[in-house]
Design a protein around this ligand. Structure first.
Ligand SMILES: Nc1ncnc2c1ncn2[C@@H]1O[C@H](COP(=O)(O)OP(=O)(O)OP(=O)(O)O)[C@@H](O)[C@H]1O
Ligand SMILES: [Mg+2]
Length: 246
């Protein structure tokens, strides 16, 4: 579903240049959930941004479902690949109602029967019709993230890029959203690439994961190996140990 080969991503130029991702390669199978972990600033979000076209300076090869991505992302791309951000407060426009957000997104995807689809999307993410005309400030954090997920699902994507989708939420709400994501993947055969700093979350949600450090992928491992604490790279090992200790 997703193939990344020798990806380099940088910001700025000359002396200000930051090499955020260096020679990263990974492949995510159709229907798989793949985790991306590593310390702050290691380049996790930058990989997701490069895929969605939010990081303009990159080299290497990114293939989604067999199609090589060039410099520009077309409408078909955003129909099949969607991103869910960490902070649903920031990712929803404060003056747009849930109905507006979802209707406009469906419209942008060129879909009809908007009314029926909005109701269905709300239902799919566990929000009833009574949430339809609310504004973001009238929703809890978890409900907002459900709206953000509904918006991501509007075009019936195949690949979701999830950037710490629950880390801004209350612990009690995190599990609800993770369970929703698990159910949606099973029901729709979705593929996930999911960033998290929380190894137990990755252990619960993913089949495999990549460990990043200083812009590089230092290890790709099965979650089963994560459970057995079998990392080869010393950094990956220390991450596992810190997670158990913490
Ligand atoms: N727009 C930008 N301009 C300049 N540097 C950037 C930009 N975005 C990210 N960086 C730098 O790229 C590196 C990787 O950042 P990135 O956001 O991918 O890290 P991350 O692994 O997602 O970290 P975190 O866990 O804190 O979210 C960091 O050094 C960061 O400062
Ligand atoms: Mg990040």
């Amino acid at each position: 579903m997703l193939d990344i080969t020798d990806l380099n991503v940088w910001f700025g130029q000359g002396r200000d240049r930051v090499d955020a991702v260096k020679a990263a390669s990974l492949a995510v199978e159709q229907g798989e959930s793949f985790g991306l972990v590593g310390e702050s600033g290691s380049g996790k979000s930058t990989i997701l941004r490069a895929i969605t076209g939010l990081a303009p300076d990159w080299s290497g090869r990114i293939t989604v479902d067999g199609t090589d991505l060039g410099r520009r992302r077309d409408r078909a791309f955003y129909k099949s690949v969607q991103m869910v951000f960490q902070d649903p407060y920031a990712s929803l426009h404060p003056r747009h109602s849930v109905d507006q957000v979802l209707s406009e997104t469906l419209h942008l995807h060129g879909l009809g029967e908007i009314d029926r689809r909005v109701a269905k999307l709300l239902d799919d993410v566990g929000l009833g019709p009574r949430f339809r005309f609310r504004y973001p400030h009238q929703l809890s954090g978890g409900q907002r993230q459900r709206v953000a997920i509904a918006r991501a699902l509007a075009g019936e994507p195949r690949l979701l890029l999830l950037d710490e989708p629950t880390s801004a939420l209350d612990v009690s709400v995190q599990a609800e959203i993770l369970n929703l994501l698990t159910d949606l993947r099973a029901e729709r055969g979705l593929t996930y690439l999911m960033v998290s700093h929380d190894l137990p979350v990755v252990g619960h949600m993913c089949e495999r994961l990549a460990v990043m450090k200083d812009g590089e992928i230092v290890e790709v491992m099965e979650v089963a190996a994560l459970r057995r604490m079998e990392a080869r790279h010393p950094y990956a090992q220390s991450l596992l140990q810190a997670s158990v200790a913490g």
